[in-house]
Design a protein around this ligand. Structure first.
Ligand code: ADP
Ligand code: G3P
Length: 499
């Protein structure tokens, strides 16, 4: 009898494979980083074959480490960096261009043009999204318009599009299955979240042929089996979800009003809003959380483009730390930032500002400013951005949060977690299993395969590691936050549109 579920977590900077047992415990984990390609300022690409090779390598390695055969695996769940856009030849499997990554800003002017032509309300109404280069739609249009011959081939149905889930499932099944799930589809700017289908009017606006699109399906069902060539046997692929929606599921945020924040490269706050899409009036987006048990549920999302990545920047570009964890003692070595704010708008600003022309800014520097102040300001910026989006979420939902569930690489930083609780004025709960993205994908697959019975069963697995209680006086908190808002004002609209 199968003992495990295998989760494939294809992230922005690394591919991960994790085996979970029936209690939702991590049995084995493997991780592999892959190449980031920056052809021009503001452009970010991946080689789709690097994505595939690294993902396959870690899947094989994790089975080997656990001594598991395909018969031990009940199902595979796939979760992925979202919005990243791949177009490939259906016959040969060759990508026609690199993957254009979610952080890529090359279509900012195209988005500005759509807004100037008054199209934003239409996209917003149908997709729940704002018109921003973040989402896949304008990236597909860019490939069709800029890679010679691709438009004609797409119209003939010879080249096809997919987000990273679609690419991986297509590869895993030996080119037999071209699907995505509703949660990933809801990030493309061409998917109608009310009808749960690709939208012809939006496809026309962006001039994208329908023939190139995958079939959109629920998030928990059997989509196909792996080609035995890859993992030594045919294993059902039974779960697909975008990584942030998978984390919401892995955190067992099953009831409306429950929210989580994942602190990885970026940070993504999602609040479950139940079976109806809630519309934001405060700069958040509406997204499909998942389709499970014949039902679709929605979430409000605050997407923060740079979170842990600001720590990587301190390490790799400024070289003022050796490893990410060094930021904690460094930040604690000073009482405060000495009035310094760092706004990490390296890829523009996401929610709630949606300003692709914002750029990174440091304000308040004096002669006494040192690396400790900068490191502290960098960590604090992650918490300030989270407060921006949670404030918007509370205003939209009318709910006030009783606690925030957190996960992702940067939650190991206790200074950051305490500052986050202080700044929000609500407790921050860190779970024992921090790999909630992979866990969510495993749950989705395991539910479809009958490995777990229902959500009530898996809800029991959630366990708290540590709660951070807010301790900062309110007047201090509000004064600090007011300074952040002023700093954001300085970062905005820095780059200028082309025309
Ligand atoms: N102790 C730490 N303090 C602050 N940031 C950290 C710490 N450890 C890791 N990080 C940050 O967390 C991120 C990695 O988290 P992870 O969840 O693996 O991200 P992703 O899935 O986006 O690749 C990196 O950006 C790294 O800088
Ligand atoms: O790869 P991550 O974990 O940084 O997540 C990326 C998000 O899915 C982008 O929307």
């Amino acid at each position: 009898m199968a003992r495990y579920v295998l989760a494939l977590d294809q992230g922005t900077t690394s591919s991960r494979a994790i085996l979970f047992d029936r209690q939702g415990t991590v049995v084995a984990v493997r991780n592999q980083e892959f190449r980031q390609i920056y052809p021009r300022p503001g452009w970010v690409e991946h080689d789709p074959l690097d994505i595939w090779d690294s993902q396959l390598a870690v899947a094989r390695a994790v089975l080997k480490e656990a001594g598991a055969t395909p018969d031990d695996i009940a199902a595979i769940g796939v979760t992925n960096q979202r919005e990243t856009t791949i177009v490939w030849d259906k016959a040969t499997g060759d990508p026609v261009y690199n993957a254009i990554v979610w952080q890529d800003r090359r279509t900012a002017d195209l988005c500005t043009d759509l807004k100037r032509r008054g199209r934003e309300a239409l996209f917003r109404e149908k997709t729940g999204l704002v018109v921003d280069p973040y989402f896949s739609g304008t990236k597909i249009a860019w490939i069709l318009d800029n890679v010679p011959g691709v438009r004609e081939r797409a119209e003939r149905g010879e080249v096809i599009f997919g987000t990273v889930d679609t690419w991986l499932v297509w590869k895993l099944t030996g080119g037999r299955v071209h699907v995505t799930d509703y949660s990933n589809a809801s990030r493309t700017l061409i998917f109608n979240i009310h009808t749960l289908d690709w939208d012809d009017e939006l496809l026309q606006e962006l001039n994208i042929p329908r023939a190139m699109l995958p079939e959109a399906r629920p998030s928990s069902q059997v989509y196909g089996e792996t080609d035995p060539a890859w993992l030594g046997g045919a294993i059902p692929i039974a779960g697909i979800a975008g990584d942030q929606q998978a984390a919401l599921f892995g955190q067992a945020c099953f009831r409306p009003g429950m929210a989580k924040n994942t602190y990885g490269t970026g940070a993504f706050v999602l609040m479950n809003t139940g079976d109806r899409p809630a519309r934001s009036e405060h700069g958040l987006i509406t997204t499909v959380a998942w389709g499970v048990d014949g039902k679709v549920e929605y979430a409000l999302e605050g997407s923060i483009f740079i979170a842990g990545a600001v720590v990587q920047w301190l390490r790799d570009e400024l070289k003022i730390i050796e490893k990410a964890a060094d930021t904690e003692p460094l930040a604690r070595s000073v009482d405060d930032t000495g009035g310094v704010y760092l706004v990490p708008a390296f890829a523009g600003l996401g929610a709630p500002y949606w300003d692709p022309y914002a750029r990174g800014t440091i304000v308040g520097i004096t002669r006494g400013t040192g690396r400790a102040h900068l490191a502290r300001a960098a960590l604090e910026s992650i918490a300030y951005q989270t407060r921006d989006v949670l404030g918007a979420m509370e205003a939209d939902s009318g709910l006030s949060l009783s606690a925030l569930r957190v996960d992702g690489g940067a939650v190991l930083n206790n200074f950051l977690m305490q500052f986050q609780a202080d700044l929000l004025g609500v407790p921050v709960d860190r779970p024992v299993v921090n790999e909630t993205t992979a866990l969510g994908a495993a749950y989705l697959a395991g539910l479809a395969a009958g490995f777990w019975r229902n959500r009530e069963e898996i809800e029991q697995f959630w366990q708290r590691d540590r709660r951070f209680e807010p301790a900062m006086p309110e007047d201090v908190r509000e004064k600090l936050y007011a300074g952040w808002k002023r700093a954001v004002g300085r970062a905005r609209a820095w780059e200028e549109p082309a025309q």
